[in-house]
Design a protein around this ligand. Structure first.
Ligand SMILES: [Zn+2]
Ligand SMILES: [Zn+2]
Length: 201
């Protein structure tokens, strides 16, 4: 049997026959579908433990440090910036009209819908599909972390060209490879290909 032609997936760089793996496309779709709901749920993450009147009451339930992040994700340029930005980019690329929305929520609904409807095309030909996929993934992860509390960030195994597997988080500030001492910044670390998961023999 002939081996079917394959090339690196435009999202994860692992060999793939389509330009983007079905699984990678599915993950983008799931993230897009999740974002409008996460945006609304962040409302409650904004005001954790809002019970006492003066804020000095003894109820020390939820810690507060997350709330600023929630504000950022809900503000213009947060989730709105990610999905609205990429949807606008797509419209300009295709010479479609960009609607004028006033509210952040309306932009998010429009942006996610536009990206969802055009996801197959984005995976087939968009030059920045990898950046789109990574931004969706990290935005969803950040929002979920804020909503669910202090779950430790998921660690993702990525492969350094030297063969070493590095375990990074989506909000990593940077990492140094213990194998070859290469220093990676945030963007470079997230651009490394996913490490092959070793199947238990
Ligand atoms: Zn892939
Ligand atoms: Zn290395």
């Amino acid at each position: 049997m002939e081996t079917p032609e394959s090339w690196p997936c435009a999202v994860c760089d692992k060999p793939s026959q389509p330009r983007v793996h079905r699984g990678c496309e599915d993950r983008m779709r799931a993230n897009l579908e999740a974002l409008p709901g996460l945006y609304r749920q962040l409302e409650s993450a904004l005001y954790p433990g809002r019970r006492g009147g003066d804020g000095r009451s003894a109820t020390r339930t939820a810690p507060l440090p997350c709330s600023l992040d929630a504000v950022d994700l809900r503000a213009r340029g947060g989730i709105e910036g990610v999905v609205g930005g990429w949807a606008r980019d797509l419209c300009e690329r295709e010479q479609w009209t960009v609607p004028e929305y006033r509210s952040v929520e309306a932009v998010i609904d429009w942006g996610t819908k536009t990206l969802l409807v055009n996801l197959p095309m984005i995976c087939d030909e968009h030059p920045a599909v990898k950046e789109i996929a990574h931004e969706l993934q990290s935005t969803v992860a950040q929002a979920q972390r804020l909503i669910t509390g202090d779950r430790p960030p998921r660690r993702i195994p990525v492969a350094c060209p030297c063969g070493q597997t590095l375990r990074i988080t989506l909000d990593t500030a940077g990492v140094r490879c213990p194998g070859c001492s290469e220093q990676y910044g945030h963007t470079e670390a997230l651009s490394l290909p996913l490490a092959e998961r070793r199947a238990a023999a």
